[in-house]
Write a protein that binds this ligand. Structure first.
Ligand code: PGA
Length: 249
């Protein structure tokens, strides 16, 4: 059985005091969540605040990005060993905003995936197509390309300890959620594609959906057989809304 996993991607939001309020709201409600694993990914500056507040709560935390190098002259960057030092368990790699706004290629994302695992972090690998690609029926082609880069770098075994988030770019932050059927279709495709390489790994791999998930639409999405949780942006910044999604999982 795959345990559902709901992760909050806070993006570039929050001061320390705002983070303290948000995280205490989440911790206060966590007992009402039965089965799902809960993770929050704050900005780097808030990780230690969040870590302190989460001690003993059962909620995990991670980062939104990492550099492929361990140490050195890389101004402005943060490495896997640094994230481990903060007690992170997860790290998001290849979010579409990083691919689009910071030019992260499939190969760089694959190297980040490998760097994360080398330091004992579980990568949450984001994949997904633009609206234009969907309309041109290129969704599967794009996702194969994004997955193949990682498989070529770490092998299918790399997915033994990883999470994939399918995030159609047209649904991120737009309020335009994929329908449960649209999301399930791509999730099934991802699982089948990886199943062709290793059935066992694909069966156990958790696949999150991301893109305008809210308390109100979470259940329909999370009820789908190949959707094992969500990667939540905007709605993860409100404790009640985030907890509603966690309860739906
Ligand atoms: P959203 O973002 O929930 O605000 O659409 C999801 C994401 O970018 O991970």
């Amino acid at each position: 059985m795959r345990r559902p996993i709901v992760a909050g991607n806070w993006k570039m939001n929050g001061t320390r005091s705002e983070a303290a309020t948000l995280i205490s709201g989440i911790v206060a409600g966590v007992n009402s969540v039965n089965t799902a694993e809960i993770v929050v990914c704050p900005p780097f500056t808030l990780i230690s605040v969040v870590a302190d507040a989460l001690a003993g709560s059962g909620i995990g935390y991670g980062a939104q990005n990492l550099n492929v190098h361990d140490v050195g002259a890389f101004t402005g960057e943060v490495s896997g060993p640094m994230l481990r030092d903060l007690g992170c368990t997860y790290v998001i790699v290849g979010h579409s905003e990083r691919r689009a706004l910071y030019g992260e290629s499939d190969d760089l994302v694959a190297d980040k995936f490998r760097a994360a695992q080398q330091h004992g972090l579980v990568p949450i690998l984001c994949v997904g197509e633009t609206l234009d690609q969907r309309e041109k029926h290129q969704t599967e082609k794009v996702i194969i390309r994004q997955l193949d880069a990682v498989v070529d770098t770490v092998g299918i075994e790399g997915f033994n300890k990883a999470v994939i988030a399918y995030e159609p770019i047209w649904a991120i932050g737009t309020g335009m959620t994929a329908t449960p059927e649209q999301a399930q279709e791509v999730h099934r495709f991802i699982r089948e594609k990886l199943s062709g390489l290793d059935r066992n790994i694909a069966t156990n791999l958790r696949l999150q959906y991301g893109g305008s998930v809210k308390g109100a639409n979470a259940r329909g999405l999370l009820d789908q057989p190949d959707i094992d949780g969500g990667l939540i942006g905007g709605a993860s910044l409100q404790a009640d809304e985030f907890l509603n999604i966690c309860r739906a999982a």
